[in-house]
Design a protein around this ligand. Structure first.
Ligand SMILES: Cc1ncc(COP(=O)(O)O)c(C=O)c1O
Length: 401
């Protein structure tokens, strides 16, 4: 049933990737791209910045960076990967974007015809999917995550996609935002298998927070990125904004089968990844960078446990609504009767920010998140301040603690 050639929009199938003279010739006197040959008009570039030749367009292919990324993810291949040698990732499985926000949008535009096609979302979920869908005039169909465990409801999703062939993309966030909960690998793969047989659409698993999730019993990451050659209807998104601590460079990664990736690369702006971004990303994804990333993740995970434990000792703070698979928690705020309350959560949010300079995120209006504040895990000092201030704010709001 799944058939990429009929899924991709006809205008995209016809698209010829932008080509430049530098695809053929990289060296010599380069007078092919209307660059400023004198140099960058910045007097005080550092020697490192100077070396990046910022007067020149960046490399549109970024093979070195892609190779490092796939080497890393291949090194963590899941036992679900049946044939490592034939199915392991190569740079041709990757399309790089300006953050995964660009990847979300690109994929949607690749397969959804405006005014006709639809996307399926599983709320509560990340807000950019619906923004991109709305901007592109793509209708949104919703199948909520199950409660209270925030998993994908495979039966209902299958019902929805088989009932409506105009649904072309399903976005799953795992670990979820704002849920902080990993969707079980078995659940996603079961859905991927069943969808492949019954639906002409792609399942996009947004793994922005995957490096904060617990490793499996073999010490491997639970990322599904290594499975995209095995499952042509599976697409995985990742970002350097979270575990790598590089939200400022804007780098997102799409993993998919090589055919789909070819179309995504043909669609994107050829120079979307700046030389500055690529340079930092290459340093972040080499051996040293990866070990720093892992160390930071462990520190954040340690802090996550400690913040949650302390928070839960506060009267007026209810349960952790979500999971412990990301760099934030979603905790419930209660009224005097002990019921989750958006009024209380909003007041706490306001007073924390306005009078105490600590900004968290109110998520109580999201489906099944009543009374919820999403709190990113800070540094130990930041967390200490958060806890002190919150203690005070809860007394003010509810007379608690
Ligand atoms: C689930 C999810 N996907 C994607 C993003 C966006 O990431 P990026 O910074 O790479 O655009 C976020 C950011 O918060 C997110 O929570």
């Amino acid at each position: 049933m799944f058939d990429l050639k009929t899924l991709i929009r006809p205008n995209i199938l016809k698209l010829e990737p932008y080509r430049c003279a530098r695809d053929d010739f990289k060296e010599g006197i380069l007078l092919d791209a209307n660059e400023n040959t004198i140099g960058p008009a910045v007097a005080d570039l550092s020697p490192e910045e100077d070396e990046l030749l910022l007067n020149r367009y960046p490399d549109p292919h970024q093979v070195e960076l892609k190779q490092q990324i796939v080497d890393f993810r291949n090194s963590e291949a899941l036992s679900e990967l049946k044939n490592f040698e034939t199915d392991k990732l190569t740079p041709d499985n990757l399309c790089l974007g300006v953050g995964s926000d660009e990847s979300i949008d690109l994929l949607l535009r690749c397969v959804c015809v405006p005014g006709k096609d639809k996307v399926l979302l599983c709320p509560p979920t990340y807000g950019m999917y619906s923004i991109c869908a709305t901007v592109n005039e793509v209708e949104i169909v919703k199948v909520p995550l199950t409660t209270p465990d925030f998993q994908v409801d495979n039966t209902k999703v299958l019902e929805a996609v088989t009932a409506d062939p105009n649904i072309k993309v399903l976005y799953i966030t795992s670990p979820g935002n704002p849920t902080g909960k990993l969707v079980a690998i078995e659940t996603i793969l079961d859905l991927v298998e069943k969808c492949k047989a019954n639906w002409n659409g792609v399942i996009v698993v947004d793994e922005a927070y995957i490096d904060f999730a617990a490793l499996d019993q073999n010490g491997k990451s639970k990322s599904l990125s290594v499975l995209v050659n095995q499952y042509p209807n599976l697409v995985v998104l990742q970002t350097l904004s979270k575990s790598f601590g590089l939200a400022g460079i804007r780098l997102g990664v799409t993993y998919a089968n090589t055919t789909l990736i070819r179309y995504l690369n043909a669609m994107r702006y050829p120079y979307n990844i700046s030389s500055l971004t690529a340079n930092v990303a290459i340093r972040a994804s080499n051996k040293e960078g990866l070990s720093t990333m892992k160390e930071y993740c462990s520190r954040i995970i340690e802090q996550r446990a400690s913040v949650l434990e302390k928070l839960q000792a506060f009267k007026g703070v209810g349960k952790n609504l979500g999971g412990l698979d990301a760099n934030f928690i979603l905790v419930e705020f209660l009224d005097k009767e002990g019921k989750p309350s958006n009024d209380v959560a909003k007041k706490v949010y306001q007073i924390l920010a306005v009078d105490n300079g600590v900004v968290v995120r109110f998520r109580g209006s999201e489906l099944n998140c009543t009374g919820g504040l999403r709190i990113s895990i800070g540094t130990p000092e930041e967390n200490k301040t958060l806890l002190e201030k919150l203690d005070k704010v809860l007394q003010q709001v509810n007379g608690f603690n």
